[in-house]
Design a protein around this ligand. Structure first.
Ligand code: CDP
Length: 223
């Protein structure tokens, strides 16, 4: 069987953590597509490229070698031209610019082609913004994860604090809101719930509860 699970949703809804745990429980591979957009953004920032010039972004992306491997714990390890950039792509500077890069149709075309190729192999959990609508529209299971803006900002703030980055909640809310706005309003495959996706609001749920809920959905158990 070719189990494909698409998990989409806005920033801080818990997609990456949940998707990785679901993949582990079900013995499936995991692909974090956001990491690919982050890797391109990191490369563009390092080159001081003009993020508003689609042609510049296209040639930059076409020249990059992005490799993704799975660590023991299932986390994706991202290599940019051979360099491990797993930690660097999570820096706030990258988070602040990634949505500008991700709205570029030319960048999306190059990355989506790669993602579709991986999706065709099956037995995978993929998370992102356009997985159920565009990358794997025929996935067997589609989940749309969300949570209130404040809760999502709070989670992201604590995540960053653990890494030694201090950002106030108000600031975090503004940054996440700005990213959501660009992601939902862009022309090319904007963030939206696929018509056949199941909505899971994680505002008052623990990670374990969300994981169990998705595993139940896949197993065909009703709540
Ligand atoms: O983990 P977080 O929710 O902060 O974001 P991410 O999954 O790492 O994605 C970072 C950014 O990449 C998003 O805000 C989108 O702008 C873009 N993205 C996208 O456009 N399409 C995807 N399939 C995945 C990410």
């Amino acid at each position: 069987m070719k189990t494909r699970i698409a998990i989409d949703g806005p920033a801080g809804a818990g997609k990456s953590t949940v998707a990785r745990a679901v993949a582990k429980k079900l013995g499936l591979a995991y692909l974090d597509t956001g990491a690919m957009y982050r890797a391109v953004t990191l490369a563009a920032l390092r080159k001081k490229a003009n993020l508003y010039d689609n042609k510049v972004l296209e040639s930059l992306t076409a020249g990059l070698v992005i490799d993704i491997k799975s660590a023991e714990d299932g986390q994706n390890i991202i290599y940019l031209n051979g360099e491990d950039v797993t930690a660097a792509i999570r820096l706030p500077e990258v988070s602040r610019h990634v949505s500008i890069v991700a709205r570029c149709a030319e960048v999306r075309e190059i990355l989506v082609q790669k993602q579709k190729e991986i999706g065709r192999r099956g037995n995978i959990v993929m998370d992102g913004r356009d997985i159920g609508t565009n990358v794997m529209p025929d996935a067997e299971y589609k989940i749309f994860l969300t949570a209130s803006l404040e809760e999502r900002a709070r989670r992201r703030m604590f995540e960053l604090r653990e890494k030694g980055e201090h950002i106030e909640l108000e600031q975090m809310i503004k940054e996440i809101e700005a990213r959501d706005k660009i992601d939902t309003e862009r022309e090319c495959s904007p963030l939206r719930q696929a018509d056949d996706a199941i909505l899971v609001d994680t505002t008052n749920m623990t990670i374990a509860e969300v994981v169990d809920k998705i595993v139940d959905i896949v197993a065909g158990r009703k709540d």
